[in-house]
Write a protein of this length. Structure first.
Length: 257
């Protein structure tokens, strides 16, 4: 079996398995309580960024912490501007459309930014594909283990993605289709990694930081403000517990992987 075929098989399998498991858990057990799962998603997104992606990026040899922090700042500002443009466009086209909405209704819905998480997820999957390619080129056995590890850490992240998309008004089918398309980017990353490993490997830390900036921005800018609207003590305690559960899930699967 050629190395390229092994990479293609591993990246496709990694995407399909993680998305299938996450979709099954999200749609069968979590979609009925998606409002509470927003807090769970915050824990997953922040833990993925701060405890997985960013440490890997900063531990890469030959990278400047100042440069990586600059990419993190640039990413957060980029997603702010991107969302601002989307909000202005959505507001221009839909406000005053004759429907009985309060002023800002459509802008609030657009501001949930479920679609924006697909950008970060796509980048993250692309990087995963490069990592799988690098591992297979080094040693096919290591490649298989790397794919398994990536599946393990992708499952909680994909659950978080599904919850964000459902919370933003995506139907289950639409969320599954868009997430599956993002999953295919790992295969593209695998091909790029196989063909241009040296060049693409140098970009990995910066892509991971940029993807992390997306997760951080969505959690802090879009999801946490929603949580603050439910300020009763009981609701607040539930939110804190769910955030910690999201963090614990990422940590536990990181140890397993």
């Amino acid at each position: 079996m050629s190395i390229l075929f092994s990479i293609l098989l591993a990246t496709i399998a990694a995407g399909l398995i993680s998305i299938t498991i996450a979709a099954t858990l999200s749609f069968k057990f979590l979609s009925a309580i998606v409002e509470n799962m927003v807090s769970f998603s915050v824990g997953i997104l922040l833990a993925t960024a701060f405890l997985h992606s960013l440490p890997e990026a900063f531990e890469a040899p030959g990278v400047s912490p100042t440069t990586l922090f600059s990419f993190l700042l640039a990413g957060i500002l980029f997603f702010f501007v991107l969302e601002k443009i989307a909000l202005l466009r959505h507001n221009h086209h839909h406000e005053g459309d004759g429907h009985d909405h309060h002023h800002g209704h459509d802008a609030e819905n657009a501001g949930k930014s479920g679609w924006m998480i697909l950008v970060g997820d796509g980048l993250h999957n692309f990087v995963d594909g490069i990592l799988i390619a690098a591992a297979f080129i080094a040693n096919p056995g290591v490649g298989i283990l790397t794919a398994i590890a990536i599946i393990a850490h992708e499952i909680p992240q994909e659950i978080g993605n599904f919850m964000v998309l459902l919370n933003a008004g995506f139907s289950k089918i639409r969320a599954l289709i868009y997430n599956s398309i993002c999953g295919l980017l790992s295969t593209i990353g695998g091909i790029v990694g196989y063909l241009y490993l040296d060049d693409s490997a140098k970009l990995i830390p910066y892509l991971m930081v940029f993807a992390s900036s997306n997760f951080i921005y969505i959690a802090v800018s879009d999801l946490m403000p929603q949580m603050h609207r439910r300020f009763q003590l009981k609701e607040s305690m539930k939110q804190i517990v769910l955030i910690l559960l999201g963090v614990a899930l990422v940590l536990s699967l990181s140890f397993v992987a």
